[in-house]
Design a protein around this ligand. Structure first.
Ligand SMILES: *Cc1c(COP(=O)(O)O)cnc(C)c1O
Length: 483
């Protein structure tokens, strides 16, 4: 493609992008296509001759868009948000255009030094301890894997890296709570701990890890000749948003010399609000922390901020230096390739620089604070409605609730009723929620945090929930017991 043609197409696409941002609310939030619908409209054979960009773009609009779920729709209340914002998109365009592979300082000094500066900015605006060093990973799962690998090597004095798991005479144990994200178990499998060596520690009635239960598990493992190696604590669990008592957990880790990693993937972004920093009490005891600006800080996926207290441990765990990766500056600069599992790295810091400069800390605080405020409203409406209940306490901008009309009493029936309600809401295309189970109860999980979500979207969602639920209840319980 000649640059003149690129320019023309580029302008047309940017026009479309701006229109999309203005009109995203006209789309169904969750794609309404069925399995195989999109596959069937995609040509079986790749074209032998090149095609004009107009045709490709037309097909994108006609064939692809219907199969997209609109994560940037302000009535997207599912999972956690995957924020985007105009400055972030603009930066991504530049990143793509530069097309740099930023694995070493030398392969793009600006990318490396920007990453150092920007992780420093994030550390300041979230109030994280100043003795941490940041790196940007592709995802929280990768950061947690890096933490588990570092913990493994530290516990075995770097023997596992050299001799493999066969060299171990004692099994290495990982601890996390029963509410923790699946990425810990996945990381433990990949890192060779094995699923059976992951202890899911009991949580209290607030869904927080019980530090006494952690201590008992550690003591028991030691008595059986095993090696407690890593604790992964959560700041904001995925299901209900619980934050583990970091201080008490940190004490146990210190006493038994266990590596402490804090998974704050979603909730970490809320630390930009000074009034929310109570949840970080004890965070200074962590060896490693991760949170995702790509969830709730207006920055496109992928962008995960990972902080470590002793980067030399992470580097010693991951570094490998074949001749072709050597550079004359290597002893004086940071080569971030040694801080993450993949060698190749995108220039991810650029979009954060655009976002933070464009909104300012104040602008970002205003948006996150508003999301939390909206969740407070929604929690109040649910609480005050005799036919609804909150199934777990609101955490920041996350709620779990269910419909609980007086005429239905069997718990299985209530579950089915809510499943039906959730499907009807999502099939309407006007909103998108995900399901959860809280201590066995089926719940509708309401996560607020798309960049442009405002009071009217939350109000409209609540009216829709009320309307659909009251229709549903009139259908009578025979329909609910359909199976
Ligand atoms: C979303 C989430 C993750 C996974 O994040 P990725 O960046 O997709 O790997 C991990 N932990 C928690 C608590 C999460 O909410």
């Amino acid at each position: 493609m000649k640059s003149e043609e690129f320019r023309k197409n580029g302008h047309a696409l940017v026009d479309w992008m701006a229109d999309y941002m203005d009109t995203v609310e006209n789309f169904d939030v969750r794609s309404q296509v069925g399995p195989g619908d999109i596959l069937s409209v995609l040509d079986d054979e790749p074209p032998f001759e090149g095609e004009p960009m107009e045709d490709i773009f037309d097909d994108f609009k006609e064939k692809i868009l219907p199969g997209m779920t609109h994560w940037q729709h302000p009535s997207f209340f599912a999972y956690f948000p995957a924020n985007s914002s105009p400055p972030s998109v603009l930066a991504e365009m530049l990143t793509s255009t530069l097309g740099a592979q930023c694995m070493l300082w030398q392969t793009s000094p600006a990318a490396t030094e920007m990453e150092t500066r920007i992780t420093g900015w994030l550390q300041k605006i979230t109030g994280l301890p100043t003795d941490l060093h940041g790196v940007i990973q592709d995802s929280a799962s990768s950061a947690t894997l890096c933490a588990l690998l570092t913990a493994r090597e530290k516990a075995t004095d770097w023997r596992t890296n050299k001799e493999g798991m066969n060299s171990l005479s004692s099994s290495l144990i990982v601890y996390t709570s029963e509410e923790a994200h699946s990425s810990t178990e996945k990381g433990a499998k990949i890192a060779g701990f094995g699923k059976d060596s992951v202890r899911l520690i009991r949580t209290d009635n607030q869904f927080k890890m019980c530090p006494e239960a952690l201590r008992s598990a550690v003591v028991e493992d030691i008595s059986k000749g095993r090696t407690p190696t890593c604790v992964v604590a959560s700041m904001g669990t995925t299901g209900v948003g619980a934050t583990d008592p970091l201080k008490a957990i940190g004490k146990v880790c210190k006493e038994y010399k266990i590596f402490l990693h804090v998974d704050a993937a979603w909730a970490g972004s809320a630390l930009i609000l000074p009034e929310e920093r109570g949840m970080a009490e004890g965070i200074e005891m962590a060896d490693s922390i991760v949170f995702n600006p790509h969830k709730w800080l207006l920055t496109n996926f992928d962008c995960s901020a990972h902080y470590v207290k002793q980067p030399e441990l992470l580097i010693r765990t991951l570094s490998i230096l074949p001749e072709y990766l050597k550079s004359r500056e290597q002893d004086h600069v940071i080569d971030y390739r040694d801080w993450s599992v993949p060698l190749g790295r995108r220039f991810r810091a650029l979009k954060l620089w655009f976002v933070i400069r464009s909104y300012g800390v104040k602008g970002l605080q205003k948006i996150i604070r508003n999301h939390i405020k909206l969740a407070e409203y929604a929690a109040t409406w649910i609480d005050e409605d005799p036919e609804f209940e909150l199934v777990s306490p609101r955490s920041l901008s996350l709620l779990n609730f269910r419909f609980r009309p007086k005429n239905i009493t069997k718990s299985g029936d209530i579950d089915l009723l809510n499943e039906d309600l959730l499907n009807r809401l999502n099939d309407s295309g006007r909103v998108y929620f995900t399901q959860n189970r809280v201590r066995g109860k089926f719940t509708i999980r309401w996560s607020i945090g798309q960049t442009n979500t405002q009071l009217k979207h939350v109000k409209n969602a609540w009216s829709l929930i009320k309307r659909v639920s009251s229709n549903l209840n009139q259908i009578d319980s025979v329909t609910i017991n359909r199976d």
